[in-house]
Design a binder for this molecule. Structure first.
Ligand code: NAI
Ligand code: MG
Length: 501
């Protein structure tokens, strides 16, 4: 545990934290109509580091109106090459402000600095550039049709791909800036305008990003950012009759609420929800690569990751060796404040989340799983829980069933069961987001990958993420796909036109 050093932050970060944080609507910075604020807490110290506005339904109304006006006035009509160039300029701004964004992300979310830097540089910037480059490549098709009926002459049918309209984006706290970019990049490339509601627990990088949006030349009203609680600002956005689409990442529980909120105007909905992803390790796997891979699959972001590989199924021949190896890795993590570069394991996001995870750990013990390591909170300030491993886990236990969203790895054994039998166990979950297979046998790898019921499977790695790889969930892990061409398509609507001549 290493929290005691003077925390190294830049003057620019300090200045931003001390400034007054407002709502960003129609290119202006304004106060919320609530007159109320939400404290922002550093989860590694439990200290308040800033205050943001608690946005209301009225603030959301104003933001949606501004997004609608910007859509009609300008953004959807700007030549796509110019849209691309503006988005590339925004990427340049992220690169130029990389260290402040990284520091704010660490302070707000608790993630280790190495991870913040990696995710902003490797995911944030590349995501934005990837979708910027799509903007001029959006086009329809010409479609040959059979004459007959009303089409009793020569005819031409063509499609156009148009922006879906005003997008409401509601994002979680586990990777705040990346989620903001993941929603904004394809929406803006497609020509949509956006109202973004960051998570109440982690609003800071989105607000800093708004300043970069201003600098990049994106017209006023194209992006609006309303901080606030889910039950108020989030709910108002999801129900708004003038929002054409909601894109949401968060819990399955709230995802279901979003669906019912969308019914009023039947707005389109993309959902990226929870997971309980399987990791299947065969006895021919290369343990030198598999052990760190399995440890990272679960403990990345302290397990607060929808793709986390939290259910390991391992062949009994190598069970003990794998458990020992992953335990050694778990115990080697440097737990502490993310701003200290050598720390690689941060706190959970909040006291509530820590208590929720501790409840599951206690339940795992009382239901008869074997605690191999971890299982404790650290005694100092901050919402820290040690990386925790359970063996002898069975499918009926709560720790094997529910998305814990914390550093809790559950290990089960298999023997010489058929691939179908192993897959049946791996698929015994209401979720279907990610998964991985570890083996040196190509045929086993592909066969097992085909049997896992999830939107994404990796062989000999876990959670391969790239702007070009479609990502999303089967079953209760979501609706639709993000990233890649399919992710862009979620912000477009097709219009077919036919001419008879
Ligand atoms: P949440 O789903 O409540 O929060 C996600 C976003 O939804 C936040 O911006 C929140 O303000 C908003 N929201 C909440 N209620 C809303 C409503 N009624 N209408 C519209 N927007 C609403 O997640 P929470 O409560 O922070 O975490 C609880 C659990 O959810 C976690 O333990 C984890 O299991 C899961 N989760 C999954 C995530 C993922 O990436 N799939 C991300 C965050 C949480
Ligand atoms: Mg919630």
């Amino acid at each position: 545990m290493n929290n005691k050093h003077e925390l190294p932050i830049s003057e620019e970060t300090r200045k931003f934290l001390e400034s007054k944080h407002l709502l960003f609507i129609n290119g202006e910075w304004i106060e919320s109509s609530s007159g109320e604020i939400i404290p922002v807490v550093d989860p590694a110290t439990e200290e308040k580091i800033a205050e943001v506005q608690s946005g209301t339904k009225d603030d959301i109304d104003l933001a949606v109106r501004s997004a609608r006006n910007a859509l009609e006035a300008e953004w959807s009509k700007i030549p796509s090459h110019d849209r691309a160039q503006i988005l590339h300029r925004l990427s340049d701004e992220i690169e130029a402000n990389f260290s402040v964004l990284s520091e704010l992300e660490v302070l707000d979310n608790g993630m280790p600095m190495q991870l913040a830097q990696y995710s902003i540089a490797s995911h944030g910037v590349t995501l934005l550039r990837y979708f910027a480059s799509w903007a001029p490549k959006i086009h329809g098709k010409t479609i040959p049709v059979s004459p007959g009926g009303v089409m009793n002459g020569d005819s031409l049918t063509y499609t156009k791909r148009e922006p879906i309209g005003v997008v409401g984006a509601i994002i979680p706290w586990n990777s705040p800036l990346i989620f903001a970019i993941l929603k904004l990049a394809p929406a803006l490339a497609a020509g949509c305008t956006v109202v973004l509601k960051p998570a109440e627990l982690t609003p800071l990088t989105a607000l800093y990003f708004a300043h970069l949006i201003e600098k990049s030349g994106i017209p006023k009203g194209v992006v609006n950012i309303v901080t606030g609680f889910g039950e108020t600002a989030g709910d108002a956005l999801a129900k708004h009759e003038d929002v054409d689409k909601i894109t949401f990442t968060g819990s399955t529980e709230v995802g279901k609420k979003i669906v019912s909120s969308s019914v009023g105007n039947l707005k389109k909905v993309t959902l990226e929800l929870g997971g309980k992803s399987p990791v299947v390790v065969f006895n021919d796997a290369d343990l030198e690569k598999t052990i760190p891979g399995v440890a990272r699959a679960c403990f990345f972001l302290q397990g607060q990751n929808c793709m986390a590989g939290t259910r390991v199924f391992v062949h009994e021949d190598i069970h003990d060796e794998l458990v020992e190896g992953v335990k050694n890795m778990a115990e080697a993590f440097q737990i502490g404040h993310g701003l200290i570069q050598t720390n690689d394991f941060g706190p959970l996001i909040s006291g509530d989340q820590r208590n929720r995870v501790m409840k599951y750990i206690k339940q795992g013990i009382s239901e008869g799983a074997t605690l191999v390591c971890g299982g404790h909170e650290t005694n100092e300030k901050g919402f820290f829980i040690e990386p925790t491993i359970f063996t002898d886990v069975t499918a009926d236990m709560a720790i094997a069933r529910d998305e814990i969203f914390g550093p809790v790895l559950c290990i089960e054994k298999f023997n010489n069961e058929s691939l179908e039998a192993i897959a049946k166990r791996a698929n015994e979950t209401t979720y279907g987001l990610s998964g991985s297979v570890w083996t040196n046998d190509i045929a086993t790898g592909h066969r097992m990958a085909a049997l896992i019921d999830s939107g994404q499977v990796s062989i000999n790695c876990h959670a391969a993420v790239d702007p070009a790889i479609p990502f999303g969930g089967n079953k209760q892990s979501g609706w639709g796909r993000e990233f890649g061409e399919e992710g862009l398509g979620a912000y477009l609507k097709t219009k077919a036109t036919t001419v008879i001549y």
